[in-house]
Design a protein around this ligand. Structure first.
Ligand SMILES: Cc1cc2nc3c(=O)[nH]c(=O)nc-3n(C[C@H](O)[C@H](O)[C@H](O)COP(=O)(O)O)c2cc1C
Length: 467
């Protein structure tokens, strides 16, 4: 069996995925066996490794006071995400994600699964029952960063999943934020209009492809659990929660079932967000937990917050994939699109082969209009490597004239978490045309390939160091 089949054969179980991945790619997993603190040590490790350009999957066997192993950083490397998607290289992720996520598959219902090994609806104390860690010194406290809230609206016949940072508020309550004001927010408003609370299930930890589906971008009414089926290539195995019958992954680590009361509020935040800033822009919603489901050997599957590679990748791979496909369909001259980590979710670079003047502006307008997070798009010619910040900034330095090559569109809705946005949440968007354009007369300094080959050869022969 090759590595592709072996990873695909891990079912929908995080433990099997982790064991198989570790066996196949031991150099890409780092296990910390010694005890570490639940206060910031996990984030500090991710930051220290990233400073060395390393993004391994991380397992911590002993986090003090947690009582479960902790796994994190799974999405920090695009090579690893490509392996999750059947062994595609990083540049193939967008196409593979689009192809798989479009094949919507309805979930398959099971009578039981690993997550029903323990089901409790009395004597709950979430401060003890749910493991969580503090990620940043500036956070309000320990946070659950991998909480996917599943909601179903039986009247409309729709389901939804989305991520929401969460913290234990009291033994039976979770405080959470719906600041993206996405589909869960809309379902909560609908429940409020009908004068009732919204039953939900919070999934904390499951197979990484389920996690990726949780970040999918779909029209209202489309169900991310069906995307999970598409990503797996087989229906998502689900069990129904005991009280409200919400379909949750049968092999999840922890599931909390309860209701979000539209009228209730519980303070949460500040929390280290994807912008790299600590944010308390929160909707402060309250989830009353009624049932806890967990597997006997449950792990804490964490997502390090802030502008970590993992947090950024998870949020943007589905969005990038959708945007790249849309742009290419509409503008065949587009040769590459990249969302640089340096711009968190707010910058994109587009390379294109222009067939007529003004095309770069049109492409940038398209992207700025479609992607609600974007603030700045820089367009460059196709020979500029958009994966490298320094090449794009060089193109901007040498091709761009500020008085004629930019446009600003004002007063648009932006990310609620952008610390520079107006108090009313609006933002402006900037297009920078750093393509050479028709009247450019620079000649790029170049070295002949023969000279490059000669240099490679004599450099190899030259002694290194002082000798
Ligand atoms: C790791 C991660 C954490 C997130 N945390 C939050 C959050 O705390 N609150 C929120 O409103 N959106 C959060 N988001 C963004 C939403 O989950 C995302 O916009 C999602 O696509 C919305 O789903 P919907 O289209 O079904 O509304 C987070 C996304 C990721 C990937």
């Amino acid at each position: 069996m090759n590595s592709k089949t072996m990873l695909a054969d891990t079912g929908q179980d995080l433990h099997r995925f982790q064991a198989t991945y570790e066996a196949l790619f031991p150099d890409d997993v780092l296990t910390v066996r010694e005890p570490v603190s639940r206060d910031e040590d996990v984030t500090a490790a991710v930051w220290a490794l990233a400073a060395q350009g390393r993004h391994p999957a991380l397992r911590f066997d002993q986090v003090s006071g947690l009582g479960t192993p902790l796994v994190t950083n799974l999405f920090a490397s695009r090579q690893r995400v490509g392996r999750m998607l059947g062994g595609v290289p990083p540049e193939g992720i967008h196409a593979e994600y689009q192809a798989r996520s479009r094949r919507l598959l309805a979930p398959r219902e099971l009578a039981s699964g690993a997550v029903t090994q323990q089901v409790r609806s009395s004597g709950l104390d979430l401060t003890r029952d749910i493991p969580s860690i503090r990620h940043f010194a500036t956070d309000r406290g320990p946070y659950i960063t991998n909480a996917i809230i599943v909601a179903e609206d039986r009247d409309e016949g729709i389901g939804n999943m989305s991520y929401h940072r969460s913290m234990v508020h009291s033994p039976g309550e979770i405080a959470t934020s719906l600041h993206s004001r996405g589909h869960l927010w809309r379902m909560l408003r609908n429940a409020e209009a009908k004068g009732r609370p919204l039953p939900v299930a919070m999934v904390i930890g499951a197979h990484p492809l389920f996690m990726l589906a949780g970040a999918a971008r779909l029209p209202y009414g489309a169900d991310e659990r069906q995307v999970a089926g598409g990503l797996f290539g087989q229906p998502l195995d689900v069990v129904r929660t005991p009280r409200y019958g919400i379909a949750v992954p049968a092999h999840a680590e922890f599931v909390l079932e309860g209701v979000i009361d539209p009228a209730a509020r519980a303070e949460e935040g500040p929390f280290g967000e994807f912008t790299g800033y600590s944010s308390d822009r929160s909707t402060n919603n309250l989830l009353r937990v009624e049932t806890l489901l967990r597997r006997d050997d449950a792990w804490l599957l964490d997502v390090v917050g802030g502008n970590s590679a993992e947090h950024l990748n998870l949020g943007r791979i589905p969005r990038e994939s959708e945007m790249v496909e849309k742009l290419r369909d509409r503008f065949p001259g587009v040769t590459a699109v990249h969302y640089p980590s340096s711009g968190t979710h707010f910058h994109a670079y587009v390379a294109l082969r222009q067939s007529r003047p003004g095309e770069a502006r049109q492409v940038m307008l398209g992207l700025l209009g479609w992607d609600p997070y974007l603030k700045t798009v820089i367009a460059v010619d196709e020979d500029v490597d958009v994966m490298r910040d320094e090449e794009v900034l060089w193109a901007m330095a040498t091709h761009f004239q500020p008085h004629q090559d930019l446009f600003v569109v004002d007063g648009l809705p932006g990310s609620a978490l952008d610390p520079s946005s107006s108090p009313d949440g609006t933002t402006s968007r900037l297009g920078i045309d750093a393509t050479r354009g028709p009247h450019f007369d620079g000649v790029r300094a170049r070295v002949n390939p023969e000279a490059m080959a000669r240099a490679r050869a004599f450099l190899q022969r030259a002694p290194s160091g002082a000798g």
